[in-house]
Design a protein around this ligand. Structure first.
Ligand code: 13P
Length: 257
């Protein structure tokens, strides 16, 4: 099994450039002070708004296992798409990861499976790892449709990718009812769904690739609950929203393995 431990901070639409740089400075300093206990093994991904990617990438160069990721990319490689950002642009500013399928993109921007396939293809063409996000709504869980929804979200997209392409993926399970609500999936709920996701990946590809893919939990993961969540055998880290905006909390989460 070669899967990585990962903590990614999705800043969403928050912070000025000055605040962003100060936050990264605090995070890298705190992690540097803790390096003796081996947390350089944890892949740390900062996912700021687009305008800060270049500056933050410069800031984290030579910091142990720190990377930048983007919150989105366009479905096309280039052209007349005013206001959009391509995967090759992200690559040119040192971006190694991109979020695809986040529930906020699904809900507010009406993005759908066919968009995710094109975005992931663009990311892979530019050596960027997609962090593909899936998750059910509260209604879907209450009506016990959550496994069906997750199966569909995964299958509709993964069926378009070969095993070699999928080996570049990170998956993130983000139950929509836990995002920004302060409500977290219990460790048992997270483990149950992560193991289920791994079983779907086994069905679609094979058990080796399923064992190797990192599956992150997202949805009010914070400094208090990260340790319990990360102790689950199929939870390989977190995709953190609100708590990634505070250096102390984000660093505590990184130290929670
Ligand atoms: P919160 O941690 O703020 O719930 O956000 C989770 C998320 O959407 C990360 O992508």
């Amino acid at each position: 099994m070669s899967r990585k431990k990962i903590v990614a901070g999705n800043w969403k639409m928050n912070k000025s450039l000055q605040e962003a740089k100060a936050l990264v400075e605090q995070i890298t300093n705190q992690i540097n002070d803790s390096i003796a206990i081996g947390i350089d093994e944890v892949t740390k991904i900062i996912i700021p708004p687009f305008p800060y990617l270049d500056a933050i990438n410069t800031q984290i160069l030579n910091k142990p296992n720190f990377n930048v990721g983007a919150q989105n990319c366009h479905t096309n490689a280039a052209g007349a798409f005013t206001g959009e950002v391509s995967a090759s642009m992200l690559s040119s500013v040192g971006c190694k990861y991109v979020l695809v399928g986040h529930s906020e993109r699904r809900q507010y921007f009406k993005e759908k499976d066919s968009d995710f396939v094109l975005k992931i293809k663009e990311a892979l063409n530019n050596n960027i790892h997609p962090i593909f996000c899936i998750g059910e709504t509260i209604d879907q869980r209450k009506t016990e449709n959550h496994f069906k929804v997750i199966t569909e979200q995964l299958t509709n997209v993964l069926k378009e990718f070969t095993v070699a392409e999928f080996s570049k993926f990170i998956l993130a399970y983000e139950p929509v009812w836990a995002i920004g609500t302060g409500e977290t999936a219990t460790a048992a709920q997270a483990q149950e769904m992560h193991a289920f996701i791994r079983s779907i990946v086994t069905d679609l590809y094979d058990s080796k690739i399923a064992n190797d893919v990192s599956i992150l939990y997202g949805g009010s993961c914070n400094a208090q609950n990260a340790q319990e969540l990360f102790s689950c055998p199929d939870v390989d880290g977190g995709l953190i929203g609100g708590a990634s905006l505070k250096a102390d909390d984000f660093c505590k989460i990184i130290l929670s393995f």
